[in-house]
Design a protein around this ligand. Structure first.
Ligand code: AMP
Length: 192
């Protein structure tokens, strides 16, 4: 099964993807994690995306489509994957459909985690208050910018996937376990 977890920054995509990986054995393919790993390792890719990511802007479609394609061809994706933070633009979604079609696969379901902007902001503020290691793009200012990018570039995917009949929306403001439960109910309702 190939799933897309979709929603604004801080909606809980990463958290729910990890739970899906544990419970359903589907690897989490997070372009954000892959890019942060590249920055950490100081690779040419990492160097080329560092400033863009710090500003909360999108890395080029070409770059993320390439890294997701390479990752998807690893053996652990033979039964599918959970796409987390990808696609983020219509061209990325079209490239993903093409990539899967070439491999005789398809996106089975797109799960939208719906969370109000005010809740996203209060989550960032709570993380800051709690201390710990924060991502450089995890600040109220960068969140505001990332939300603008989300509404401009990524939100149009809601209609794209609704048009394909693949979109299901869950309440991302519920407690983590309740969101997990809603996702399980949706997944158990669709054929494997
Ligand atoms: P994330 O961890 O998904 O919130 O992504 C963190 C940052 O990585 C984003 O703000 C972008 O700069 C970059 N990024 C991650 N995924 C994508 C994508 N699919 N397209 C473009 N940029 C991305």
């Amino acid at each position: 099964m190939n799933l897309v977890l979709f929603g604004p920054p801080g909606a809980g995509k990463g958290t729910q993807s990890k739970i899906l990986t544990e419970k359903r054995g589907l690897p989490q393919l997070s372009t954000g994690d892959m890019l942060r790993a590249a920055i950490e390792a100081g690779t040419p890719l990492g160097l080329s995306v560092k400033a863009t990511m710090a500003k909360g802007e999108l890395v080029s479609d070409e770059t993320v489509v390439r890294i997701i394609g390479e990752r998807y061809d690893q053996p652990d994706c033979k039964n599918g994957a959970v796409f987390d933070g990808f696609p983020r633009t219509i061209p990325q979604a079209e490239a993903l459909d093409r990539m899967l079609a070439e491999r005789g696969r398809k996106i089975d379901l797109v799960l939208e985690l719906k969370v109000d902007d005010a809740v996203l902001l209060s989550r960032v503020e709570a993380r800051i208050k709690a201390g710990g290691v924060l991502r450089s793009d995890d600040t109220p200012e960068t969140l505001a910018h990332r939300l603008g990018v989300y509404y401009r570039n990524t939100a149009p995917l809601i209609d794209f996937y609704r048009g394909q009949g693949k979109l299901k929306t869950v309440d991302g403001m519920a407690p983590v376990e309740a969101v997990t439960g809603q996702i399980a109910a949706v997944l158990d309702g669709i054929p494997a």
